[in-house]
Design a protein around this ligand. Structure first.
Ligand SMILES: Cc1cc2nc3c(=O)[nH]c(=O)nc-3n(C[C@H](O)[C@H](O)[C@H](O)COP(=O)(O)OP(=O)(O)OC[C@H]3O[C@@H](n4cnc5c(N)ncnc54)[C@H](O)[C@@H]3O)c2cc1C
Length: 137
């Protein structure tokens, strides 16, 4: 959760556990999920939230690399002028400064110079060698 502006509003969210994932054919908000799985934790941590009132809610999709929930970065194994920078699985914003720098180095210098991100190369998919992300949200 975080404060949203200065008007006493807060933005709160949570991902369901894998076995709780809702049907993806619609984006209806599951209000029960908030009541049962989110609100009790909030109120436990911050007792003032026992009094909260929900004003708006939305549900949405995350991009998701189903292979290992990690970025896929680097040059295509066969197409020599195609670079991947994708598959971020919900943590792409925080990684984007490093990824931008690393991919720029690959393009201009043909190798990583300041950060070695070669473990995230798409080869790991071909070799069936997942680098599992444990902190997927
Ligand atoms: C609700 C939410 C909260 C998030 N919170 C965080 C967070 O707190 N921290 C964090 O690190 N990450 C967070 N993320 C994840 C982060 O936003 C993504 O990992 C990141 O934006 C992915 O960047 P990207 O450039 O790979 O893809 P995108 O940002 O999805 O960009 C892809 C672009 O390609 C365009 N496109 C798609 N198809 C085509 C086509 N055929 N032709 C031309 N253009 C096309 C799209 O319009 C889009 O502009 C969050 C994501 C969501 C949805």
């Amino acid at each position: 959760m975080r404060r949203e502006g200065l008007g006493g509003n807060y933005l709160v969210g949570s991902s369901p556990k894998e076995n709780e994932e809702p049907d993806v054919s619609n984006l209806d908000v599951d209000h029960e999920f908030f009541q049962e799985k989110v609100w009790p934790h909030l109120a436990n941590r911050i007792p003032a939230f026992e009094e909260l009132k929900v004003s708006t809610a939305w549900a949405g999709f995350y991009d998701y690399n189903a292979f290992d929930q990690n970025a896929i970065l680097g040059i295509h194994p066969l197409v020599t002028n195609m670079y991947f920078a994708t598959g971020f699985s919900g943590h792409g914003l925080q990684q984007s400064p490093a990824v931008g720098r690393a991919i720029a180095e690959l393009i201009f210098d043909h190798k990583y110079k300041t950060l070695d991100l070669s473990a995230l190369h798409p080869d790991r998919i071909i070799m069936n060698n997942p680098m599992l992300e444990k902190n997927i949200v």
